[in-house]
Design a protein around this ligand. Structure first.
Ligand code: KIV
Length: 271
């Protein structure tokens, strides 16, 4: 199916309508103005200002170090580049797990200071009170279940989640609770495709997968991974559309050589 340009601006309701019509939802991360502008111009439905900025932009090993102020900086840069897509921002680790008041304050800061349209939070039952309080304030919430990288030190590894019945049953029950609480969509990360398909079929709200197979309502990838800027990360679920690491490196090597050879700038490039 071709890119859907019927909606002037994508809202949480547009995503729900897309699920009802059986149109798949496209989502990518962005963290800065320039790339967000290109991603939006291409017709993406939703942009996630993910806390993966901690890895991709800042070089941290995990998503834990990124702060609320840093997320607001990334989100406001993205919002300035976007005309059409729905912009969803991760609440970073430590900004919502304490209590529901802290969670609400963090969500309000993101909405007020960045101009984004929604927030995303990792977890199920254990964060339900905070999800409800944020929703009561009128802030749309996207859930995130399965592999939740903010809990990496609890899991111990980034391997596929919910392969055992007990964890799969909890994930199904958490997804229902998030929907009942009023979340407008849920991200499922790195879980078996058959389980993700079952969750998507069980829910009215859209389910967006990353490493969750093709039976869900949409897909999300980290932009820098799918563009091949980061060539060290090779999970099975990742499809690379470019090899920008090699392309950018080659361009920089050519520039260095042109400077060293006094080939750049030429007379035409001088005043
Ligand atoms: O932070 C992020 O990029 C994410 C996606 C992997 C869903 O949460």
């Amino acid at each position: 199916m071709s890119v859907h340009k019927e909606f002037k601006k994508i809202t949480t309701h547009s995503l729900m309508e897309m699920k009802q019509r059986g149109e798949k939802i496209s989502m990518l991360t962005s963290y800065d103005y320039s790339l967000a502008k290109i991603v939006d111009a291409a017709g993406i439905d939703a942009i996630l200002v993910g806390d993966s900025a901690s890895n991709v932009m800042a070089g941290h090993e995990t998503t834990l170090p990124i702060t609320l102020d840093q997320m607001i900086y990334h989100a406001s840069s993205v919002v300035r580049g976007v005309d059409r897509a729905l912009v969803v921002v991760d609440l970073p680790f430590g900004s919502y797990q304490g209590n529901s008041k802290e969670a609400l304050n963090s969500a309000i800061r993101i909405m007020k200071e960045s101009g984004a349209h929604a927030i995303k939070m990792e977890g199920g039952e254990e964060i339900l009170e905070s999800v409800k309080r944020i929703l009561t304030a009128g802030v749309p919430v996207m859930g995130h279940l399965g592999l939740t990288p903010q809990s990496i030190y609890k899991f111990g590894t980034y391997t596929v989640r919910a392969t055992e019945d007990e964890e799969a049953d909890k994930l199904i029950s958490d997804s229902k609770k998030l929907e009942e609480a009023g979340c407008f969509a849920i991200v499922l990360e790195k879980i078996p495709a058959h389980l993700a398909t079952k969750v998507a079929a069980n829910l009215q709200i859209p389910v967006i997968g990353i490493g969750a197979g093709n039976g869900v309502d949409g897909q999300v990838l980290v932009l820098h991974d799918m563009l091949g800027i980061n060539n060290q990360f090779n999970p099975r679920f990742l499809r690379r559309y470019l090899n920008l690491y090699e392309d950018i490196k080659g361009a920089v090597e050519n520039y260095i050589s042109d400077v060293k050879n006094t080939d750049f700038p030429s007379d035409k490039e001088s005043y």
